[in-house]
Design a protein around this ligand. Sequence first.
Ligand code: HEM
Length: 418
Amino acid sequence: MTYITSSMISSALCSVMAMAGTSQRFTLDFSYGSTWFPHAIAVFLTFLLHSVMKWLYLRKSMPPGPLGIPWIGNRHELPPVKPWLKFAEWSRQYGPVVSIFLGSTSVIVLGTAQAAWDLLEKRSEFYSSRPRSIICGEILSDGKRGLLRPNDGKWRKWRKILHEGFHYRRAQTYQEIQSLESKVMMRDILQSPENYEKHFQRFAASVITSVTYGQRVDSVDEWIVKENMNESGLSFPVVPPTRITRSNDALIVMSLSIPGKYLVESWPWLLKLPHRLQWFRGPADERRRRDVHFHLYLYDDVKARMKTGSIQDCLASQTISNETQSGMTKLELAYVISSPFGAGIETTTGTLVTFILMKKAQAELDSVIGFDRMPDFGDKERLPYVNAVIKETLRWRPIAALGGVPHAVTADDEYNGM
Ligand code: HEM
């Protein structure tokens, strides 16, 4: 009978390896009075001490922030709703760059525009990737939403298509569509001002569907808008209804990627649980099945209209024309084309809802434009107050309160001595 001796307890890992590698020679004595139990406790305490030291070292090497607890980090301090209020509090306490831990994952929170500009913009070559996103990127999107992909070859292909569709000069060619839709929107508001939010939604939806799928939207009750909002009933053959209701694609993505919201993001080993026990994946699984069906339907619809020559030039028709050269699958392309549709409707609507509250802007419009015509893009330079209000609306009530989806660095970096 050989006992495990105390000399073997130098570190938990070494001990476990020693036990595994020499199982022929060592046998454990479980009898009462053996030294096995105290030794096991000693192994455990050594392991604990080692982990705590490692944690403290890591904590010290990161920018300032709340200490947290090993393995848990600061998760318990983050409220599940409006976590940005807590981020703002930490930023006031620790400075413009704060570090926290979600489980063992380090998260940097940038609390000022200057820090965000210095890092995300000026050093974008290695600040433009995305952290692993299990719920949203893997389960909900199956790696097909570029917004949630790491900065790799597939992401660059995704970005190239969207850049061609929305770079600055290209975006200016959409002004005609925007002007037309804003006139329709003003008419709608005059007819039923109490439904102003619905009219904003229709405006945003119609601009986006015109630009991406080459078709206008006359009402938010049309199936294409309802399906995007996940509200559709009978008009479109979708897979069974989802538990995520009244949510736009962009808002789903944003709400599912709020740091700290899902335990599995900090503890990916939860994915090793049997599928049925992974309680966190239900809504995202359902939504993915629905998305795939919806995006492919729209893709095929554009393709069919291209054959009959009944579609105007748009992002989808251009992308489909280059389908074979793109190096992407049909489903991947369908996802790329749907990105603006997912990203632009609720973001624009929410921003317009804030913007409309500005009464002084109306006074400037009345005095510069008068009452006989609508303002247009050509009037922009003569409307400094309106321009300032637009900027202030985006700053004061940002629709993506946390700046959208988190970024990830691809290399270690130093900023202001941190
Ligand atoms: C007020 C309205 C909008 C706001 C506040 C907004 C905000 C954002 C934010 C914060 C991001 C994430 C950026 C990042 O992580 O680097 C984003 C990405 C994106 N938005 Fe918007 N957005 C708006 C309107 C639109 C519209 C109208 C479209 C389409 C026509 C659109 C298309 C996109 C796309 C395709 C992306 C992904 C870009 C990329 O990762 O390269 N957005 N938006």
